[in-house]
Structures are given as C-alpha cells and as structure tokens.
Design a protein around this ligand. Structure first.
Ligand code: ADP
Ligand code: MG
Length: 245
C-alpha cells in the first residue's frame, strides 16, 4: 500500500513536475479552500521551474568567471570611465542589437569588463553566450559534423548577446577568416556582440590575412558599435601575486 504522499510523489515524477515539500508549503495555511491549495501548489511549481531555467541559462552561457563593475578598479584603469560602463550596463543596447568592442593590450581589463556586461545581461534575463575566438572556431568548424557543435551554434544564433573574447591572438587561415565573416554577418543587426581584442582595428588584417575580408567584417561589426579603446599597464603584472612574500 502506498501512502498518499508516495502516490503524489509518483504522480509528480510521471508528470515531470518538481518535488514539493508539502509540510513547508502548507505550513500555517490550514484554512485554504481546495482551489487556493491548487493555486499555491501551481505557484510553487512555477517558481521552481523559473529557478531551474535561470540556472540552466547561466550554465549554458559558459562565463569563465563572474566579474562585476564593483570589483573593477577604475582608478587603475583610467582609459574607460565608470559612468560609461554604468551607462552600458543598463543593457538597452542589446534590444537594438548594438555591439561593444573592447580593444587594448593584455591585462588592461577587457575580459573583466566584457564579463561584467555579460553577467548583467544574465541578471536581466537575456540569453547570453561566451566564447573565445578559438572555441568559436571549433564550433563553426564542427557544426556540420558534430551534434555538440551544431547545438552550440544554434544556441549562439538564438542568444541575445554573444561575447567573443581574445580576437586577434591567433592568426586565422583563409577558410577560418571566411567562417568568422559568416558568423559576424549572421549575427549583425540581430544579436549583440561583445568583442575583445588585443589588436586595434587597423591591425586586424594582420591576423585575418586578407584586406577585403577584414573590411567586410569590420563594416558589419562597427556599423552599430560602442568602441572602447583601453590602454595602460597590465593589472596582472602590477598586481602580481607570489607564493612567498
Ligand atoms: P585582458 O582581457 O585585457 O587581458 P583581464 O580582464 O583578463 O585583461 O584582466 C586580467 C586580470 O586582472 C583579471 O583577473 C581581472 O579581473 C583583473 N583586472 C584587470 N583590470 C582590473 C581593474 N582595473 N580592476 C580590478 N581588476 C582588474
Ligand atoms: Mg582577456
């Protein structure tokens, strides 16, 4: 003989509904009508589902670290202002599929600021994805032949905001440059991009290998774009940590 609780738990499982702690949920609510009890139960299901979807959205985004504007020292990095970043962190530009490019040498905080905007996007409920140019290349190259690549590419296409980090570190072959162009082209005016690059736009032809494709990529990228040129010392080098002081 199953108890009522066991029967309910089995039904919840069969219907793919979330587990419920009925004692806690109904504590102090003895006077509810049957309909009010159902309402309370459904509200709890809805709350749990939203929570689960939110966790999944954050996990799928693939942010390598949680960085915020609060933990960014604008006194150290003076080529970008806190006001400018606060304005961007209202994220209204995502609605208009604007792009943001952080350009500058290693260690000046490009990835940190990109991640802080990505996290804001997640907090505001947007579908966000993070890739390095290298991981993006793997996705684009394997999308035809692997399910994982295909699924991730579909996810990027559906996202409201995609971060492409470390553009310019590795030189691209002509085929790769073409894939990158195809991606930027497909995203343009539909999905917001945050690009970080250690190379100024005038140096992009060096790693893209072809002036025509560089122009075509930059044309689409910069059309609707906030460009943030960063300079200064590497935070990593100035704030280097050692094991033995
Ligand atoms: P980049 O992408 O420009 O090479 P990162 O954003 O990865 O640099 O920064 C390197 C490290 O230094 C990260 O851990 C980052 O959080 C930290 N960092 C960089 N700039 C600052 C800053 N102005 N305030 C606080 N932390 C910073
Ligand atoms: Mg970086």
């Amino acid at each position: 003989m199953m108890t009522p609780l066991e029967r309910v738990n089995r039904l919840l499982g069969d219907l793919r509904l979330a587990r419920v702690d009925f004692d806690t949920l109904f504590a102090g609510r003895n006077s509810l009508t049957p309909l009010e009890s159902v309402e309370l139960f459904l509200q709890d299901q809805q709350r749990q589902r939203t929570l689960k979807q939110d966790l999944l959205r954050r996990k799928r985004a693939g942010l390598p670290a949680e960085k915020t504007l609060d933990s960014f020292d604008f006194g150290f990095q003076r080529s970008v202002s806190k006001e400018q970043m606060l304005r961007l962190s209202d994220m209204t530009w995502v609605e208009q599929a604007f792009n943001v490019c952080f350009l500058g040498p290693p260690g000046v905080g490009k990835t940190h600021l990109a991640l802080s905007l990505a996290l804001r996007g997640l907090d505001l409920g947007y579908a966000v994805a993070f890739e390095t140019l290298e991981s993006l290349m793997t996705i684009l190259k394997t999308a035809e032949i692997s399910n994982a690549g295909k699924r991730r590419l579909q996810f990027l296409h559906k996202a409201a905001l995609v971060v492409v980090d470390e553009v310019g570190f590795m030189p691209l072959s002509p085929a790769e440059a073409n894939l990158f162009f195809g991606f930027i082209s497909a995203m343009s005016e539909k999905t917001s991009l945050i690009i970080t690059s250690n190379k100024g736009f005038d140096e992009w032809a060096d790693f893209l290998g072809d002036a025509t494709i560089t122009t075509a990529i930059l044309d689409r990228l910069i059309h609707r774009c906030e460009i943030i040129n960063m300079s200064g010392d590497s935070y990593r080098i100035v704030h280097h940590q050692s094991i033995i002081n």
